[in-house]
Write a protein that binds this ligand. Structure first.
Ligand SMILES: CC(C)(COP(=O)(O)OP(=O)(O)OC[C@H]1O[C@@H](n2cnc3c(N)ncnc32)[C@H](O)[C@@H]1OP(=O)(O)O)[C@@H](O)C(=O)NCCC(=O)NCCS
Length: 179
């Protein structure tokens, strides 16, 4: 039987594990949709950068990690919207689950942790940006996200289309169905 999934707030000591999950997931998820130099330069944000973020995160900003048997298998980082869209004041900045652990409900639990965090801080809407070519779009659509904006982002030497998915009502994410 698979070890129980635990979702908890990340501390500075988790910086190394978070950087590892980000590095590994960028390699597997973006291999066919981003150039290798972008994957290594952006996806390989080192543990020091995460340490800084975790030290400074408080109040409305938080990072949540998912672990099984004490091993970090995914994380989500969220906080105030960097550029609010349609009155959505919360943003999920990053969400990654190791490939070997995908499609087992981990991503859903991490998004729920962010939604609950926002509601605790009186933030009732959220959005996140995803590459248009990323299959993760289907995940956000399953969770009830609606396309609220599009933009083109320069990554390395190329432009990439991105889509923002938004939730104006977090009820479905916050309430755990008992079915
Ligand atoms: C996107 C991601 C976070 C989803 O996490 P996950 O743990 O795999 O997702 P869940 O198991 O919670 O999925 C919940 C539901 O969403 C849907 N879903 C998830 N991934 C999907 C996919 N690739 N294609 C179609 N539907 C998908 C399914 O309906 C799934 O339920 P089911 O497996 O019972 O059918 C994860 O796949 C990931 O880290 N991907 C690579 C990195 C990435 O793209 N991150 C997002 C950057 S914006």
């Amino acid at each position: 039987m698979a070890a129980r999934l635990v979702v908890r707030a990340a501390g500075v000591v988790d910086a190394e594990a978070i950087a590892r999950v980000q590095r590994e997931t960028w390699r597997t998820a973006y291999a066919g949709i981003l150039p290798l130099d972008v994957i290594t330069s952006i996806g390989e944000r080192d543990a020091t950068a995460w340490q800084r973020r975790l030290v400074n995160s408080s109040g409305e900003s938080a990072t949540w990690i998912a672990e099984r048997a004490g091993k970090v298998i995914g994380f989500a980082s969220c906080g105030p919207a960097r550029g609010p869209i349609d009155g959505l004041d919360g943003e999920i900045y990053a969400l990654y689950v190791l490939q070997s652990q995908q499609r087992r409900g981990v991503g859903r639990e991490l998004v729920r942790a962010c939604a609950r965090h926002f509601v605790r801080h009186a933030i009732f809407g959220l959005y996140l940006w995803v590459l248009k070519a990323n299959r993760a779009r289907l995940f956000y659509e399953t969770l009830g996200g609606e396309q609220v904006r599009e933009k083109v982002e320069r990554l390395g030497r190329h432009d990439f289309a991105e889509i923002a998915y938004g939730w104006h009502d977090l009820t479905s994410l916050v309430v755990v169905d008992d079915g």
